[in-house]
Every structure is written in structure tokens, then in C-alpha cells.
Design a binder for this molecule. Structure first.
Ligand SMILES: NC(=O)c1ccc[n+]([C@@H]2O[C@H](COP(=O)([O-])OP(=O)(O)OC[C@H]3O[C@@H](n4cnc5c(N)ncnc54)[C@H](OP(=O)(O)O)[C@@H]3O)[C@@H](O)[C@H]2O)c1
Length: 291
């Protein structure tokens, strides 16, 4: 029987995962279909278990369901249990196993980005406190980072996150106004994990606008657009600051999900080609992903 995989989220229509995951299954001659499933957040718990009845083989989880997936899987493995966020589920003998590939996917994409920009040191500003911010903070914890400032709309969410993750690290909660006055020195690396609807007015970028751009060394945005730049990347370009969107992270975390589902090496080049085909305007792909 044809295996069935999916990405669940809300919204999920813009996701590129279906195109490159399907390309990976096809390249490895695995008889599988990978589809996007937009779940109503109000009924997501029930719908999730309906997927179990449908004998789904595995799925990716995107916003806003990573914390729900963490609570609902039967077993949680590796870094997912530490950051309480699951983005990859595999069904084995009727039980769901939860993993997190955002952490290693981000690490790989971000270290390549920093290498290319030539910035090996500095401090970090993380915008957001959701599931992907947890992944980013965990990834940064393995780097020798002097200071991390987290900024989010809801301060309660940051407080919980700091309680769970900060331990001995120099992570602090900041308002956007604080950032204006409290950035000492240069070489601040900004990592945006806010969802796309945090930027309601295209062409403006409220979360970065108050910053003194001369102190910002780089901008890495986990989000991506199918056409054009994200708001963060566009802000950085205007200011002449090195930047990247989240396509490389998307590819690397997706390749790791594929390996968890199939036990095979992911055909990363084929996946990158499929992504590039879906984004004809992006001439920098797939060269961006090659070793
Ligand atoms: N490239 C990749 O591979 C990759 C991987 C993971 C995630 N992502 C992207 O990262 C983004 C966040 O994902 P997530 O899983 O972390 O989502 P999440 O858990 O739902 O967190 C969303 C974050 O955005 C903030 N936010 C949402 N709406 C806002 C608004 N109207 N105004 C201000 N802040 C707002 C939330 O703040 P509050 O806490 O105040 O609600 C929270 O900090 C998404 O765009 C996702 O596609 C990309």
C-alpha cells in the first residue's frame, strides 16, 4: 500500500515541504505521497488522532502545533524532549514517536551562513519565543555565546522559556525599547523566529526599526516567502547588512525528517532542485545548499 506522509500546520498552503519531500520519496523510489494538511487549531487535537486512524506513516509539524505534537506523541526522542517541541513524527507499530529536526537543521544552516558572512563572534538578539525560538536557543547553547537577548510580544511566554532553557546561559528578556538603548558594542546577530503575521504592513519592519543598524552584524530570518524577500531580509538589504531567509534551514531540517522516516540518506541535492524549481525567481538556489 502507498505510504502516506504530511505536513500539518495552520496556515500551511505556502509550505514548500510537499514539493521537496515528494521529490525525495520519488528519487529514492519509495511509494509514498506527502501532502499539506491545514488543521483548524480549535479542533487540532481530535484531527490529529484521526490521522492515526488513517494509518499515516509520518508527518512534519509546523506552527502552531509543535508544542501540541510534543504533548500528543507516545514517545519523545532526543532534543525534542529538552525543548518540548516536536516537528517530526514517525508512526511505528501504531505508536507515534516525536523528534525535533529544527535544532540540527538551524545549526547547519546558521553555521554556514555565519561562515559565509565571515562573522565568527558577537552577541545575539532572538525575536520571538515560540517553538522555533526554543530550537534556536538550544542550538545557540552549543556555541560560545556571550549574550542573548530575547524579544517577544507576550512577556509571559518568554518567562516560561527562560525558566526552562536559560540555566547558566546569559539569556535575558528585553522589550524592543530596551534594545534601542541597551546594545553595547557592535556585532549583534539578529535571528527572527516571529511568524509572518507579526509583520502586518509590508514594506515596514517594526521589530527591527528601533535598532541602531550600525550595531547589527547579520540578520537570519527563519521565515521565507515564495516570491520576494521577507520583511527582515528586505530591512537588512536596505541597510547593507548580510542576511538570509529560512530556506536553507527548511531544507536541512526536512532532510533530517526524511532520514528519520525512511532510514535512508536524504537526496539533498534532488530536494534542493525541487525547491529551486518551485521558486524560479530564486537564482541563488540550489547553489546555496551545496557543500
Ligand atoms: N525555515 C524553517 O525551517 C523553519 C522552521 C521552524 C519555523 N519556521 C518559521 O518560524 C516562524 C515561527 O514558527 P514557530 O513554530 O516558532 O511559531 P509559534 O510557536 O506559533 O511562535 C510564533 C511567534 O510569533 C509571534 N507572533 C505571532 N503573531 C504575532 C503578531 N501578530 N505580532 C507579534 N508577534 C507575533 C509569537 O508571539 P507571542 O508569543 O506573543 O504570541 C511567537 O513569538 C514561522 O514563520 C515558521 O514558518 C521556519
Amino acid at each position: 500500500m502507498r505510504a502516506f506522509f504530511a505536513i500539518i500546520g495552520h496556515p500551511v498552503a505556502h509550505s514548500l515541504s510537499p514539493c521537496f519531500q515528494q521529490a525525495a520519496f520519488d528519487a529514492c523510489e519509495i511509494d509514498a505521497a506527502y501532502i499539506p494538511l491545514d488543521l483548524d487549531p480549535a479542533r487540532a487535537e481530535d484531527t490529529l488522532f484521526f490521522l492515526k486512524d488513517l494509518a499515516i506513516s509520518g508527518f512534519n509539524v509546523t506552527l502552531p502545533f509543535k508544542e501540541l505534537a510534543y504533548r500528543k506523541v507516545d514517545h519523545v526522542y532526543g532534543i525534542a524532549s529538552k525543548i518540548r517541541s516536536v516537528n517530526t513524527v514517525v508512526a511505528r507499530e501504531g505508536l507515534w514517536e516525536g523528534y525535533n529536526t529544527d535544532v540540527p537543521g538551524f545549526k547547519k544552516a546558521y553555521s554556514r551562513f555565519l561562515e559565509k558572512t565571515g562573522y565568527g563572534s558577537g552577541n545575539f538578539i532572538v525575536l520571538g519565543a515560540g517553538g522555533s525560538a526554543r530550537a534556536v536557543l538550544e542550538a545557540l547553547s552549543s556555541m560560545d555565546v556571550p549574550q542573548i537577548k530575547v524579544v517577544n510580544r507576550s512577556s509571559d511566554r518568554v518567562r516560561v522559556l527562560l525558566e526552562e532553557l536559560s540555566r547558566e546561559r546569559q539569556i535575558s528578556m528585553n522589550s524592543l525599547e530596551d534594545l534601542k538603548s541597551s546594545l553595547d558594542g557592535k556585532d549583534w546577530h539578529v535571528i527572527n523566529t516571529l511568524s509572518r503575521n507579526a509583520f502586518p504592513v509590508r514594506g515596514e519592519f517594526p521589530p527591527l526599526e528601533p535598532l541602531d543598524e550600525t550595531k547589527v552584524a547579520s540578520v537570519f530570518d527563519l521565515s521565507y516567502e515564495r516570491e520576494g524577500d521577507t520583511e527582515c531580509v528586505s530591512w537588512a538589504r536596505r541597510k547593507g547588512i548580510p542576511s538570509s531567509d529560512g530556506l536553507s534551514m527548511l531544507l536541512f531540517q526536512g532532510a533530517l525528517s526524511f532520514e528519520i522516516w525512511t532510514g535512508k540518506s536524504a537526496p539533498v541535492r534532488k530536494m534542493a532542485e525541487a525547491m529551486a524549481k518551485a521558486l524560479p525567481e530564486r537564482k541563488d538556489l540550489p547553489g546555496q545548499f551545496s557543500d
